[in-house]
Design a protein around this ligand. Structure first.
Ligand SMILES: Nc1ncnc2c1ncn2[C@@H]1O[C@H](COP(=O)(O)OP(=O)(O)OP(=O)(O)O)[C@@H](O)[C@H]1O
Ligand SMILES: [Mg+2]
Length: 310
């Protein structure tokens, strides 16, 4: 049985899990997780924000909290046996957090069993929304948490390295999802060849071309892949925007993903570059609460309303 089937069976569907990732470090994943969580909580939802940046947890800083006394690593090491004891209240009504590890636990070291156990426990929490703040990179477990969520959010900066990392992240999720499809295991060589092809090589070596080739060879498997990828609709947020050209990068990424991966991406909005972000981080106060007149209040409001709609 595939991992995805495992996790789907573990999670009750009334809960909405949103995962925030993005490949590159320092692009604003924790900022987005914290403030989307605050918006949802202010709207009257019960929200839990979970710091899954194991090894470099800092979600608490964006929420104006001191380093939490209890973290996921205490649960993994069995120091804490009751998962609910990991919930830390925040100054915001309806919003609690579960902190990631401050120590060497690391996403790469999280065992499959622990991961499934954590996903299952998160599914049991009494919450309307659960936000996953993922760490940087494309570690296997990070990709798995992203796939488990009902909604995937990708934070991108309008700069080449961040954009490249976003494609790398999408590519990892694409192939991970592809390998979950029944009947695909027999096509291992073809997939490995496509996976190793350079993005720039062109000439029929894109993931979309691979799906086309598979469909020609085996229409039944091709249809299953298309059904799987129809669920892969990441939501893009461009952060630290300074011009219309920066915003337009969102539309280019959308159209490149349609052509190259054959996936539909949504673009719920962007966040302006704003001094109040680092000021709030330095003051250790939540941005939306401390700077209610910041441009980001409107930015987040629009993004959250669109995310709820999509
Ligand atoms: N819209 C913005 N305007 C100004 N500065 C910003 C903005 N977004 C992020 N920053 C700056 O970038 C820093 C990094 O943001 P954040 O910690 O949310 O990134 P991250 O993706 O979670 O990083 P990591 O991968 O290390 O977990 C913030 O502390 C802030 O100084
Ligand atoms: Mg972070």
């Amino acid at each position: 049985m595939t991992n995805q089937m495992n996790t789907e069976a573990l999670l009750p569907h009334s809960k909405k899990i949103w995962a925030v990732g993005g490949g590159k470090g320092g692009v604003g994943k924790s900022l987005v997780s914290a403030n989307v969580a605050i918006c949802l909580a202010l709207m009257g939802n019960k929200v839990v924000a979970v710091d899954l940046d194991l090894g470099g947890a800092n979600l608490h800083t964006c929420l104006g909290l001191p380093i939490p006394q209890v973290t996921l690593s205490d649960y993994v090491s069995k120091k804490i046996s009751n998962f609910e004891d990991l919930l830390v209240p925040t100054p915001i009504n309806n919003l609690k957090i579960i902190s990631g590890a401050q120590d060497e636990l690391g996403m790469a070291n999280l065992k499959h069993m622990h991961k499934n156990q954590i996903i299952s426990k998160l599914g049991d929490l009494d919450a309307d929304y659960i936000l996953f703040d993922l760490g940087a990179g494309t570690a296997f477990n990070t990709i798995d948490f992203f796939i488990t969520a009902d909604k995937g959010i990708l934070v991108v900066l309008p700069e080449p390295t961040s954009i490249e990392n976003t494609y790398r992240f999408i590519k990892s999720v694409f192939y991970r999802r592809l390998k979950m499809v029944e009947g695909v295991a027999d096509l291992e060589d073809m997939i490995t060849e496509s996976l190793n092809a350079k993005v720039t090589s062109g000439g029929g070596s894109s993931p979309a071309d691979l799906v086309k080739k598979i469909t020609e060879m085996n229409p039944e498997v091709g249809l299953r892949i298309k059904a799987e990828m129809a669920h892969f609709r990441p939501n893009l947020i461009i952060n630290q925007v300074r011009s219309q050209a920066d915003i337009d990068i969102g539309y280019s990424i959308q159209s490149i993903c349609r052509r190259y991966f054959g996936i539909e991406m949504t673009f719920p909005g962007y966040l302006d570059y704003d001094q109040s972000v680092w000021q709030s981080v330095r003051k250790r106060k939540p941005l939306l609460i401390e700077y209610p007149n910041s441009k980001l209040v409107n930015n987040f409001d629009r993004i959250v309303h669109r995310l709820i709609e999509y």
